[in-house]
Design a protein around this ligand. Structure first.
Ligand code: GUN
Ligand code: ZN
Length: 457
């Protein structure tokens, strides 16, 4: 299908406090001015605020667009189904919501709304699950392409453990996934992913075919791993004598392109297997808390050499904003630290907590790094998630309604913890404003210009 997209404005100048990384793993702020030409950052003048810039001023934060590495598109309308553990929540809330996507018109309209919501909270790139419906997945891939977002989107593979309306024949699912990969190949700005839902929804045959397909196509794999104890017990029943991580390894699903959601209930042997495979655990703290699944020990996994990203996991996650998910990451780390301090876990009882290593609570500069450069790098997206010459201008214009640069608190910490969604004034994709605080700028009227925020002091 030919895709029409409005061109980005030929050139733009943005000025303000730039969120950049001058130390690996951390962000910092520097005043500066960016020149964007044809959607790409062509020049950065650090130390200079340009009073004539088209966007920003000395109190504006210019931030790389945020990347969400685990999100479910059809679940945005069922955020908030509280009080159920994972497996019951899937049966009663999620599977019915995903069946609605068998109607491709419904799914198309919903995808547009979801994209608008992502842009309105500053998310410019996603690794997303669609549903097992091939047509709706294809439409979602096209919708991301038309909007200009960076996206990894997978047709969900399920051949058991769910309603008949969602489970399909494994051969058909693999053929359909192949078609998504042909149309949106790995390496493109919008790319398909091989997405077996989890071991409880996939036969060994389906997982093995999925692993083979992903390896042949060099595609990313998305799945869920060890999110709740009940899930892990059920996996042990279905795959006797195999660890959950081994079930995926046996199927060829673990590589440096594997994104595994949650990964709470694991031991050191699992961590070693994941670390040696290069697989990535997408930490979803707000979802873990919402479904009361457990507290993930991020620091412990990182010490074992496991690569980590951060995801909203909407709709188990109740926060669409990656800034709020970053708050959740720090809160989860604090839970681990407090439990250790209180000696609660003592090697047992508390889920996902090991007694040994120190749980390091990520700092705000590390959290900002995770939701920008860290998440982008894990997805192999070296052109986004950063302010750098040659990077794509997927950028946020943020105007905090407080004197955020003054006072004793580190500005990045103050911004993170006192975050107000209304401070986001504009989201740019490829240098063009695609969302502003007034509205989602649909591609049909993407030439609507965004006027500079007024000084309010
Ligand atoms: N495990 C399998 N499917 C899902 C899902 O949709 N959400 C979450 N949080 N966990 C899952
Ligand atoms: Zn998920």
């Amino acid at each position: 299908m030919p895709v029409k997209r409005k061109p980005s404005p030929a050139s733009q100048t943005l000025t303000g406090q730039l969120l950049i990384s001058d130390t690996p793993g951390r962000m910092s702020l520097q005043p500066g001015t960016l020149h964007v030409v044809d959607g790409v950052i062509e020049e950065i003048q650090l130390g200079e605020i340009d009073a004539n810039a088209s966007l920003g001023d000395d109190r504006t934060l210019i931030c790389p667009g945020l990347i969400d590495t685990h999100v479910h598109l059809p679940q945005f309308d069922v955020i908030g189904a509280h009080g159920m553990p994972l497996l019951r929540w899937l049966d009663e809330v999620i599977f019915p919501a995903e069946i609605l996507w068998n109607d491709t018109d419904f799914a198309k309209r919903m995808t547009q709304r979801v994209i608008g919501q992502c842009l309105s909270v500053g998310t410019t790139g996603v690794a997303a699950y669609a549903t097992s419906c091939h047509g709706s997945t294809m439409d979602a891939l096209h919708a991301f392409h038309e909007t200009g977002m960076h996206a990894l989107v997978g047709q969900v593979l399920m051949d058991r453990g769910g309603p008949a309306a969602l489970c399909h024949d494994p051969t058909q699912l693999i053929e359909e996934t192949q078609q998504t990969l042909d149309a949106f190949p790995p390496g493109s700005r919008v790319q398909a992913a091989v997405t077996p839902r989890f071991a409880l929804a996939c036969s060994a045959e389906l997982m093995a075919s999925a692993g083979k397909l992903a390896a042949e196509a060099s595609a990313y794999v998305q799945t869920h791993l060890a999110e709740t104890r009940a899930e892990c017990e059920r996996v042990s029943e279905l795959f006797p004598d195999r660890r959950y991580t081994e079930v995926y390894a046996d199927a060829g699903l673990l590589s440096e392109r594997s994104l595994l959601g949650h990964g709470i209930f694991m031991d050191e042997q699992d961590h070693r297997l994941l670390a040696s495979s290069g697989a990535i655990v997408a930490h979803c703290p707000t979802a873990n808390s919402f479904l009361q699944s457990g507290v993930m020990n991020r620091a412990q996994l990182m010490q074992s050499g496991v690569r980590m990203t951060l995801g909203s996991d909407v709709g188990a996650g109740y926060q669409r904003s990656m800034i709020r998910v970053a708050q959740g990451m720090i809160e989860a780390a604090s839970q681990i630290t407090m439990r250790r301090a209180e000696g609660i876990h003592g090697g047992q009882q508390v889920s996902g907590v090991s007694p040994e290593p120190a749980a390091e609570t990520p700092s705000a500069p590390e959290a900002w790094y995770q939701i920008t450069t860290g998440n982008a790098d894990a997805l192999g997206w070296s052109d986004v998630g950063r302010i750098a010459v040659g990077a794509t201008a997927d950028l946020l214009v943020i105007r905090p309604e407080l004197d955020w640069l003054a006072g004793p608190v580190d500005p990045l910490s103050r911004l993170l913890f006192s975050w107000d969604d209304r401070w986001l004034r504009a989201t740019l994709l490829n240098g063009a404003v695609r969302w502003s605080d007034r509205e989602f700028v649909d591609h049909e009227f993407a030439d609507r210009s965004y006027s500079k925020p007024q000084r309010d002091r």
